[in-house]
Write a new protein. Sequence first.
Length: 270
Amino acid sequence: MTDAVHRLITGEQIEVLPETGPKEAQALAQEVNALVARLRSLEQARRKLLANLVHELGRPLGAILSAIQALLGGADQDASLRTDLLAGMESEVRRLHRLLDDLAGLHDQVVGGLELARETVDLGAWLADTLAPWRQAAHERGLDWKVTVSGTLPITTLDPDRMAQALGNLLSNAIKYTPRGGSISVEAGADADAAWVTVRDSGPGIPPTEQERIFTPFYRGQSDRRFPQGMGLGLSIARDLVTAHGGRIEVDSTPSRGSAFTLWIPTERA
Ligand code: ADP
């Protein structure tokens, strides 16, 4: 066992230790095995993160570089081509920005230091502000967009930017996974001690077996349904942000009939 732990320290792979012998030795072997399993999963996560990062950074940077080269090569003389290339560059930069937000969220998870800057927020105004850019994004993707708010949303205390990031991750997924011609519907309301926002889409849906796993960092759905962007962090970050507020995220989805993600925000009426 000492030998195995030593090899672990020097970075060698070790096999599962037999959990036999005196009780104390069995318990120690069990703990060493658990430690090895944990180290393995951390190592896998690290590799996945690096592979995803290379992919996620490479694609938009390549697209931006091609657009710059086209502009330098004379495309800037054609007004409509110039506008198209600039618009393309803008959306790639936005994508990089979202990636950076994901990485910042991952950093918070790793260092465990999610600090909320709570303030008094009028949820109705906050929701309208948060939804505006996403309505635009949905329209650009050819998706129908509808917002229904039941009654008046309360005024409460929360970190508006963090909560907007959580809701944004749900909206970003709905837009990303729903094919052109589909629809996104946002519904919101409040009961005595919580407000809720549901993001409903007419996309591919999520099989029941995957519904809990999608909140695990780096988990991405099966490749045939998978959109070739994102690192599998959006939902895990959204859940962390909402949990830090004392809230929760629920998923209700039927394959081929769409998904609905509901974000519950506890409200202290100010
Ligand atoms: P990413 O979108 O980067 O893959 P997320 O953590 O945001 O990572 O989502 C994890 C997985 O959950 C996705 O890969 C996808 O399979 C599934 N998923 C999330 N939102 C939706 C949705 N609205 N419709 C269908 N599948 C979804």
